[in-house]
Design a protein. Sequence first.
Length: 128
Amino acid sequence: MSIDRRVLIADDDREVRAGVADLLGDMDLEIVEAETGIEALDILRVSPIDLALLDMHMPGRTGLEVLSVIRREVPSIPCIFFSGDATEAIRTQAFEEGAWAVLAKPLVPALLRREVARALASNGRRRF
């Protein structure tokens, strides 16, 4: 089976990116990583992405800022937002910006995998 889905993992913590990539390792995905919000947007603008996983706190642009740009430029890409600081206010703002899901760090592996699978199966249809 060929890999035909690309997932962007944007988080300034290399270990988090590696851990998320490892959790998704058997889902037949091509993983692309970004360390900053600006790098994430650069990647999104030059290559097709099927799903974006966005951390809240990154240098350059926050996950919410990246999410807002994605919604304007490529609204069909589902975005899963994750944060160690997933307060109700941040969750509300992420959903208002069009996040597919908002997950708290530390990530629950089964929940992450389920939301990734559901978002990829959505074919760009908004969840809410």
